[in-house]
Write a protein that binds this ligand. Sequence first.
Ligand code: HEC
Length: 159
Amino acid sequence: MGKDGAYKSGKHNTGIKGINAMAGADLKKIVAVLKDKTHDLTDKLSDDDFQDLAMFVSKGQFDMDKYIDRKTKMPIGGDAAKGAAYYNTVCATCHGKDGAKPKDMGKSLGSQMGNPWEVMHKIVNGQPDEEMLSLRVFGMQPVLDIMAYIATLPKKKLK
Ligand code: HEC
């Protein structure tokens, strides 16, 4: 959402317009934008990377306001008890039962719920350049349940 989204103020603010308008656009058109002078990504990304990114922009965006309450920053309709079962089955191997691994994260998963949009993005799409899985194929309910549970985990700095 760019300048209209969660980063309209604060340290991540860039003032640039969002990418929502390109949802549904032709993949070739999106790749052409990613390769233009403004973005200057040609030396940094492979052809597969361009395809993946274009696919996300065209088909992967969804309206997070349906799922996250902007005021409380909580997932709408998330069940923390169900989320605990999912979390301990799927996420705890890498992130630890208390959400404090890996240390590179800087702060525990519990603390990350200050930015629930980023947390949701990562659960749905995975973490770039890491082994982390993407839950998109299971639909949104498990994601909401997991987020409701993560919000109950200890909030701590890791480094
Ligand atoms: C195979 C291991 C693995 C599994 C399974 C996994 N993750 Fe991750 N996840 C990672 C790694 C590695 C990172 C990157 C950590 C870093 O260096 O910031 C990460 C990053 C994240 C981040 C972003 C943290 C940040 O600093 O931006 C969130 C949120 C997250 N994971 C949530 C989850 C949830 C919820 C699940 C279960 C649905 C899950 N992960 C499953 C390995 C995993």
